[in-house]
Design a protein around this ligand. Structure first.
Ligand SMILES: C[S@@+](CC[C@H](N)C(=O)[O-])C[C@H]1O[C@@H](n2cnc3c(N)ncnc32)[C@H](O)[C@@H]1O
Length: 276
């Protein structure tokens, strides 16, 4: 799908949330634009360009974050042996989607994707391409309603066994009024000891002024408010968890596997924590 004649939300649902609104920028589509995808509209490209004008590092940042996602999932599947993933804020499919990385390590991995964007929903079928041994499911839901996510994910995931909850580049879209820490607490309360949280979000204390100006420009064209957080504020998401090495760091510093990855730059911090 591409272009501004793009698909109506036809058939998806009567729910207003599921109507593809091409008059305001949406994070999934702007993110797709920065990643070089085709699933974006003029307003998304305008918002993406406005952010780039204020903060040229954004493209490198989203790519570094995407590489973090892949490394974190590979670490969890390969080094920890996690076989169940709850990926919330999936985004429009790109390279190295969670199930592809997890199932390349362990074909029997079970993955539940969650997103509230109608364009991501349209791509759900493309995402539902599990290995024969594994399972992939998609839940159309809002992170601000974690109990719905948990009950629908239970169709696929066994919550008596360890689960990796991945919240990659989504928490900066959840404002303080929506109790972001409470949401993460509820999700992690539902999974047993030995489960993991992998989380990244835009930092408020890396290249602060450029990033804040970029957010102001984005907010003019988008319907989502942005809440960037400091190192200490992001750390609070990991309360009660044991952070694995190297802790909460700019994403390119989290176990880079090549010189190229290590030398990149980003304004996103990420980490992985274990529920004891
Ligand atoms: C910046 S993209 C990140 C995509 C992917 N996780 C990555 O890091 O490449 C954020 C995604 O979160 C989704 N999202 C934002 N707020 C959400 C909410 N309240 N509930 C569910 N999904 C949400 C957006 O639709 C978008 O697909």
């Amino acid at each position: 799908m591409s272009g501004d004649g793009g698909p109506a939300a036809g058939g998806a649902s009567a729910d207003a949330r599921r109507i593809i609104d091409t008059s305001v920028a949406h994070s999934a589509r702007v993110h797709d634009y920065w990643l070089g995808g085709k699933d974006n509209f003029a307003v998304d490209r305008a918002a993406g360009d406005a952010v780039m004008a204020a903060y040229p590092g954004i493209v490198m940042t989203v790519r570094a974050n995407r590489a973090f996602l892949a490394r974190a999932v590979r670490f969890l599947a390969d080094e920890v042996g996690i076989r169940q993933f709850l990926d919330i804020g999936t985004g429009i499919p790109a390279a190295n989607n969670t199930h592809e990385v997890a199932q390349s390590v362990a074909p029997g991995s079970r993955v539940v994707y969650v997103d509230y964007d109608p364009v991501v929903l349209l791509h759900a079928e493309a995402l539902l391409t599990s290995s024969a041994q594994g399972v992939v499911d998609y839940v159309d839901a809002d992170l601000r309603d974690p109990q719905t996510i948990l009950s629908q994910a239970a169709r696929t995931l066994d919550f008596s066994r360890p689960v990796a909850v991945t919240l990659i580049a989504i928490m900066h879209l959840i404002g303080d009024q929506d109790d972001p820490y409470g949401i993460v607490r509820q999700l992690m309360a539902a999974v047993p000891a030995g489960s993991y949280l992998a989380l990244s979000q835009v930092a408020s204390d890396i290249e602060t002024e450029q990033v804040a100006e970029a957010a102001r420009r984005y907010t003019r064209l988008g319907h989502e408010n942005l809440r960037f957080r400091s190192h200490a504020e992001i750390m609070q998401f990991f309360a009660g968890l044991e952070l694995v090495e190297p802790g909460l760091v700019p994403v390119q510093d989290w176990r880079p596997v090549s010189e190229l990855e290590a030398r990149t730059h980003s304004s996103v911090r990420g980490g992985v924590g274990r529920k004891p």
